[in-house]
Design a binder for this molecule. Structure first.
Ligand SMILES: *[C@@H]1O[C@H](CO)[C@@H](O)[C@H](O)[C@H]1NC(C)=O
Ligand SMILES: *[C@@H]1O[C@H](CO)[C@@H](O)[C@H](O)[C@H]1NC(C)=O
Ligand SMILES: *[C@@H]1O[C@H](CO)[C@@H](O)[C@H](O)[C@H]1NC(C)=O
Ligand SMILES: *[C@@H]1O[C@H](CO)[C@@H](O)[C@H](O)[C@H]1NC(C)=O
Ligand SMILES: *[C@@H]1O[C@H](CO)[C@@H](O)[C@H](O)[C@H]1NC(C)=O
Ligand SMILES: *[C@@H]1O[C@H](CO)[C@@H](O)[C@H](O)[C@H]1NC(C)=O
Length: 396
């Protein structure tokens, strides 16, 4: 089963060092990429941020895909039962690597202060299939689907970025640099720079007083890894679209439902310049099956996400070799929740409590009747309300 060795906790859906100069606000606006971001009630600035990473990277050990038959065989290998006679060994080893990237990002702060929350900066990491527009969509009804607009209306500031390989961030290989260790190094770098006041000059005093990490799906896995690596790096976490119980989480259905094909065969124009390790929904139905509640969704929201859909790296689907231990040294406020269709129930309850046993306060929740792509499903603002209420109750 997918992520079978990802210790016991898992994730649906579904970071060390850095030095470099600060990014300048960007003016570029490539097609199919986030352009200039705006939020009702907020002041936003876009950035293209240079980041250098040094990581121990896993080496892809399988043949690279040449056709969509290869891509579908790979998905089958991920989701089938383990077999002693047909072993699946995706990695051939590891090596220390350096990477230089440019990361597209947006920082927004509220035009009007509310309860002094503006110095709490939400650092949001999107999941697979999206870029920063998961949090800050443009051409759908933003009063229903924009987490950024909602957070700004409650007085919070928010920093959103395109994970490497998506949006306006550097294009990389779907077989190597898009792996978890590299995403984690980039998230670590961005957090440290935010903390030091880069990009937040418009705040009173110029720096955040608190940084809360918010994740969706794969972005929640990264956020979890971040606070395992360094429990002091974050003042609170909200992990959405994530699950910690393999027994009750149907990963095979999720990955099969997505209908992943080699991205540049799906749309050579939209996904040009990507190697065959980048996969995309073959059509809008794969997107719908992965992210929307079939019983209730808004076709405008589905088609918006399809229009801005981002490819995912095959290596992003593979679990880290070491698994992913509990965040048992993290003492900040933590809220974890799965957003499940009406048919599924609380798939995370055990063992999530044990994995966050020092977090205070700690809250788990299930947001009813939604699809996995919470922010574009009906009642998304209901979910946003739970998130910002948790922050306010936690003194953030
Ligand atoms: C990577 O560097 C670290 C620290 O220098 C070292 O411990 C580790 O063995 C190296 N890994 C590889 C695969 O060379
Ligand atoms: C990355 O950038 C740094 C600083 O600009 C440079 O010294 C280094 O050679 C670059 N590394 C690679 C792998 O491009
Ligand atoms: C956008 O959503 C809000 C809240 O549901 C609704 O009142 C409004 O009519 C919608 N606007 C459009 C243009 O659909
Ligand atoms: C918690 O911190 C202690 C002391 O630094 C360390 O020995 C331990 O490995 C950490 N546990 C986890 C799960 O990271
Ligand atoms: C996962 O959930 C099942 C069903 O509720 C439960 O029996 C099992 O103990 C849970 N697994 C863990 C590791 O807590
Ligand atoms: C909307 O979401 C909130 C928070 O999860 C929930 O309490 C409420 O029941 C939901 N409303 C509907 C109509 O499903």
């Amino acid at each position: 089963m997918l992520f079978a060795n990802l210790s016991q906790h898992l994730v649906l859906s579904a970071l060390l060092f850095i030095s470099s100069t600060s990014g300048a606000p960007s003016s570029s606006n490539p097609s199919n990429s986030p352009g200039s971001m705006e939020v009702l009630g907020g002041n936003c600035l876009d950035y293209q941020i240079p980041v250098t990473t040094q990581t121990e990277a896993l080496i892809w050990g399988l043949p690279k895909f040449t056709t969509n038959y290869d891509a579908s065989a790979f998905i089958l290998s991920l989701i089938r039962r383990p077999s002693p006679t047909i072993p699946f060994t995706p990695f051939s080893g590891s090596k220390n690597v350096t990477g230089n990237y440019t990361i597209g990002a947006t920082f927004c702060s509220p035009k009007e202060s509310k309860d002094g929350h503006e110095k709490t900066v939400l650092l949001a990491t999107h999941g697979l299939g999206f870029d920063r527009r998961y949090w800050i969509p443009s051409t759908v009804n933003t009063s229903e689907y924009s987490f950024a607009e909602y957070a700004i209306s409650k007085g919070y500031s928010i920093f959103m970025y395109d994970r490497v390989g998506t949006g306006t961030s550097s294009k990389v290989s779907g077989y190597s640099e898009s792996q978890i260790s590299n995403h984690l190094a980039i998230l670590t770098s961005l957090t440290n720079r935010l903390r030091s006041g880069q990009y937040t000059g418009q705040l009173p005093g110029g720096k955040p007083s608190k940084i809360v990490h918010v994740g969706h799906s794969f972005g929640s896995i990264l956020t979890h890894s971040l606070i395992v690596q360094d429990p002091s790096i974050s003042d609170g976490v909200i992990l959405t679209g994530t699950a910690y119980n393999q027994t009750t989480t149907d990963f095979p259905a999720f990955f099969e439902g997505a209908r992943l094909n080699i991205a540049n065969t799906v749309s050579p124009a939209k996904y040009h310049g990507l190697d065959s390790g980048y996969l995309a929904f073959a059509d809008v139905y794969g997107n719908a099956a992965s992210f929307f509640n079939p019983a209730a969704f808004d076709p405008d929201a589905l088609w918006y996400t399809q229009h801005v859909a981002q490819p995912l790296g095959a290596i992003e689907l593979l679990p880290p070799k070491s698994g992913n231990p509990g965040a048992t040294n993290f003492t900040g406020p933590s809220s974890i929740w799965e957003i499940v269709p009406a048919t599924a129930m609380a798939p995370w309850i055990p063992p999530a409590w044990d994995l966050f046993n020092k977090a205070k306060p700690f809250k788990t929740a299930v947001h009813p009747k939604a699809g996995h792509g919470i922010n574009f499903n009906p009642n998304a603002t209901g979910a946003y309300g739970v998130m910002t209420d948790f922050l306010a109750l936690s003194g953030l």
